[in-house]
Design a protein around this ligand. Structure first.
Ligand code: PLA
Length: 454
């Protein structure tokens, strides 16, 4: 028994710490060990068995979703979760849209079945999602030039497109804004698609570095994919103006690049679905070929349903058919076919005039609450901060987030450690997780972290 322990214990696979302990135990002549022979045989074998996973190191917590985990573990009653972009009510509770409940009731009444969807997803959803994006009756839809397949929300849809790029545009680079949503780089890394960055945010003006952006897009190798946030840029909350979008389209066309839109907040930026799709439609009107990933996590509050789509606008119906067939081919071995529940909700809501207008009203309400909170936070900062600092950038930013400029790790640590305000390390706060009642408290936390921590 002891000798078998020794031989096991001497394998190089065992970590040193465990190794030492087990050797001690295994060679011990102490009575309890010897007495419990059969028992110890079992436990010892389990305890010293070298793991095949020794080479796997601990992964760091996710910079965004890890913040929610840390928040849950905090017992302080003043705690605020401004990390993940998830809409909360004024009472800071999660919100299920009334129109979603209505659509779900309808589905129950109808007794919809749970059969597999086709690989490309629910046909009624794919139709609704493309129409929402481009506008029903848009030439790209009428001419059947869009390859649309249902994806696992925004993330899964981006991942499908990344796989298509890797397969059919070997070596092509995706050029992404600096900064961008934290997961973009992971998605392209995992799909083995090389990426680089274009300038976007100017910390001096806390605004858009438009010249830098244009210069970097120009500089990118011809035929690169240019990743653009359709509206409500995450994390900065700074979008190009309509005139700037025209110039962006010009330079992309000039350089023969392929635009790749990530539309995760349609309707959430302005409160209007059409207004928030203006950037995408501008590119469609120019007859360009491009990608659009869509998400219904935020605008319909379907976070956990994982419902979204990837659209590839092509110059011919024939190309769209071929692209769609390849997207399906990528999806099949990855997850086979997508979930039906969220797809049915979107299709029902968009396909029914009454529910569609109820959705728009609820979206306006959500976008409106975020705007009110944004104003209240600004007012609190201005009235409390006597330093003369200009906080007006907060009002200029749009969407769910505010980029506070608290970008030093010690500052966000102070927000969390001292004030129990959970946020991402880049200085982003989600205003969707803030209530009017907590604005003053948050202003105190920001002013303290801004002026007293460097
Ligand atoms: N694209 C952008 C720009 C996003 O901000 C997000 C979500 C997604 C895609 C993907 O969302 P989905 O897969 O749920 O559709 N960003 C969140 C959540 C709201 C997250 O990080 O996953 C955020 O807090 O940044």
């Amino acid at each position: 028994m002891a000798s078998s322990m020794l031989s096991l214990g001497s394998t190089s696979l065992l970590p040193r710490e465990i190794n030492k302990d087990k050797l001690k135990l295994g060679t011990s002549n102490s009575k309890p060990f010897l007495k419990a022979k059969s028992f110890s045989r079992v436990t010892m074998t389990v305890a010293v068995k070298p793991s095949r996973f020794e080479g796997i190191t601990m992964a760091p917590p996710d910079p965004i979703l890890g913040v929610s985990e840390a928040f849950k573990a905090d017992n302080n009653e003043m705690k605020l979760n401004l990390g993940v972009g998830a809409y909360r009510t004024e009472e800071l509770q999660p919100y299920v849209l009334n129109v979603v409940k209505k659509a779900e009731n309808l589905m129950l009444e109808r007794g919809d079945n749970k059969e597999y969807l086709p690989i490309e997803g629910l046909a009624a959803f794919n139709k609704a999602t493309a129409e929402l994006l481009f506008g029903a009756g848009h030439p790209v839809i009428k001419e059947q030039r869009v390859a649309t397949i249902q994806g696992l929300s925004g993330t899964g849809s981006l991942r499908l497109a990344a796989a298509l790029i890797e397969r059919y545009f070997p070596g092509a680079k995706v050029v992404i804004s600096s900064p961008t949503w934290g997961n973009h780089k992971n998605i392209f890394n995992d799909a083995k698609v090389p990426w680089s960055e274009y300038r976007y945010y100017d910390p001096k003006t806390i605004g858009l570095d438009f010249e830098g952006m244009i210069a970097d897009i120009k500089e990118a190798p011809e035929g690169s994919f240019i990743l653009l946030h359709g509206c409500a840029h995450n994390p900065t909350g700074i979008d190009p103006t309509p005139e700037q979008w025209v110039k962006i389209a010009d330079v992309i066309q000039e350089k023969n690049h392929i635009p790749f839109f990530d539309v995760a907040y349609q309707g959430f930026a302005s409160g209007s679905l059409d207004e928030d799709a203006a950037s995408v439609r501008l590119f469609a009107e120019r007859g360009m070929e491009f990608f659009v990933a869509q998400s219904y996590s935020k605008n319909l509050g379907l976070y956990a349903e994982r419902i979204g789509a990837i659209n590839v606008v092509c110059s011919s119906a024939d190309a769209a058919t071929r692209v769609k067939s390849q997207l399906k081919r990528i999806a099949r071995p990855m997850y086979s076919n997508p979930p039906v529940h969220g797809a049915r909700i979107v299709a029902n809501v968009v396909g029914d005039a009454t529910m569609f207008s109820e959705w728009k009203a609820e979206m306006e309400m959500m976008a409106g609450r975020i705007k009110t909170v944004r104003q209240e936070l600004y007012d609190s900062l201005v009235s409390k901060d006597k330093s003369g600092k200009d906080w007006s950038f907060i009002l200029k930013q749009i969407g769910m987030f505010s980029f506070t400029g608290l970008n030093k790790a010690q500052q966000s640590d102070n927000m969390t450690d001292k004030w129990h305000v959970y946020m991402t390390k880049d200085g982003r706060i989600s205003l969707a997780g803030l209530s009017l009642a907590k604005c003053e408290y948050l202003a105190d936390a920001i002013i303290d972290s801004y002026h007293n921590v460097s």
